[in-house]
Design a protein around this ligand. Structure first.
Ligand SMILES: C[S@@+](CC[C@H](N)C(=O)[O-])C[C@H]1O[C@@H](n2cnc3c(N)ncnc32)[C@H](O)[C@@H]1O
Length: 237
């Protein structure tokens, strides 16, 4: 049977398309072949064929510790981090195509080559596409907060998702999160406290110095929201 083009489970995103600006289209045309991973699909356009497993050394053309950023948006944080750490490889998982195109524009402008992007639902990518124990760091900056109670079930960071994070991280690998939405921060704290897979101090951590101030964080700060950072370490089994 053909896989359905529709999902039956709620996902953590709604918009994924939209027009590309001229610059974004030019960035996409010049860069996508080399920097956007072609993911075999299994139904919806952000899905991942469960048989597909990422071969990071062949995609990056070298063996280096892998940092995965989920919801890399317009790429401000991932490009900044890649510039700061040319010795690491960075993979951005993002469903919003204009965001991916904007990331390519910035990479091209800055001459950054240690980033790859995949237009995929991160939950699926962490389930099968990314090999177990292959990720050095996992980062989620300002995931969609889904403020309304009836939408909370769409939030990405749940106990089920923590199991996926544990799956892909190497022992001692670090999971970093940040949010400006206190109710979601509390949920993250609960999720990290409730899993045996991670060492977690049970409290907010210092602002991660490797995270630049993105537009999104700026918006939260302007309305005087507290920014919460969290950090947990994958336990050695
Ligand atoms: C609120 S934005 C934050 C973007 C960026 N991290 C920042 O700090 O500016 C959340 C991003 O996560 C993406 N996203 C949400 N759910 C996702 C999923 N399941 N897989 C991949 N990306 C997702 C959205 O498309 C959006 O770009």
């Amino acid at each position: 049977m053909e896989p359905s083009p529709f999902r039956t489970e709620p996902v953590s995103f709604t918009r994924r398309g939209g027009r590309l600006s001229e610059r974004q289209q030019a960035g996409w045309d010049a860069m996508a072949d080399d920097y956007v991973i072609e993911v075999p699909r299994h139904g919806p356009s952000t899905s991942v064929d469960p048989a597909y497993v990422l071969d990071a050394p062949s995609v990056f053309g070298r063996v280096a510790p892998l940092v995965v950023e989920i919801g890399s948006g317009r790429g401000e944080a991932i490009v900044h981090a890649a510039q700061q750490h040319p010795e690491l490889d960075f993979l951005g998982l993002e469903v919003y195509v204009p965001g991916v195109a904007q990331t390519l524009v910035t990479m091209r402008h800055e001459g950054v080559t240690n980033v790859r992007l995949a237009v995929v639902n991160a939950a699926e990518a962490l389930t099968t596409m990314i090999p177990a124990g292959s990720v050095h760091e996992l980062r989620i900056w300002f995931p969609d907060p889904w403020h309304k109670k009836r939408h909370n079930k769409r939030r990405l960071v749940t106990p089920q998702f923590a199991a996926l994070a544990a799956r892909v991280l190497e022992p001692g690998g670090v999971w970093r999160l940040a949010t400006d939405w206190q109710d979601y921060a509390d949920q993250m704290l609960e999720v990290l406290s409730g899993t045996a897979d991670f060492d977690f101090a049970g409290d907010w951590s210092e602002r991660f110095e490797g995270r630049p101030l993105t537009r999104f964080e700026g918006k939260g700060l302007r309305v005087e929201r507290e920014i919460r950072d969290l950090r947990a370490v994958r336990r050695t089994a």
